[in-house]
Design a protein. Structure first.
Length: 146
């Protein structure tokens, strides 16, 4: 059996985080999802700082943009400018449809930009699409800390 895919979800909306976790539990590929509520926690997780000293390096990051303390744009810029983190694929999963957010995300090398729909059925389809593509089709970079 293959190693599980480790996902870091950076999401301040508890409902979206819970629903995403539940939908990804149904995935065809075994995965482990870690959820942090803002950019400050995300960077602590990625740099293995307290209270995340034992955190694994994720294979994939699902990143919201609109968060307290440190927004997703800043997190993305820090990830993609850090030689130890830059190869981790980052999927922007946000409610923002603003062209400036899309452009800014791609300028900071987001791997894709997905807008969260309002309805439950559409949100489920989006998460399943992420699962189908990123966890089943794409070859993710090998983690060095396996």
């Amino acid at each position: 059996m293959a190693e599980p895919i480790i996902i870091l979800m950076v999401e301040d909306n508890e409902g979206d985080a819970f629903l995403t976790r539940e939908l990804l539990k149904e995935a065809k590929v075994t995965n482990v999802i870690h959820i942090v509520k803002d950019g400050v926690e995300a960077m602590s997780f990625l740099h293995k700082e307290a209270p995340f000293a034992d955190a694994p390096t994720p294979d994939l990051i699902l990143l919201d943009l609109k968060m307290p303390r440190m927004d997703g744009h800043e997190v993305l810029a820090r990830i993609k400018s850090d030689p130890d983190l830059e190869c981790i694929p980052v999927v922007i999963l946000t409610s923002s449809e603003a062209d400036e957010d899309v452009l800014r995300a791609y300028k900071h090398n987001a791997n894709c930009y997905v807008t969260k729909p309002v309805g439950l059925e559409q949100f489920s389809k989006i998460v399943r699409s992420i699962d189908d593509f990123w966890l089943s089709v794409v070859k993710l970079p090998t983690r060095l800390d396996k």
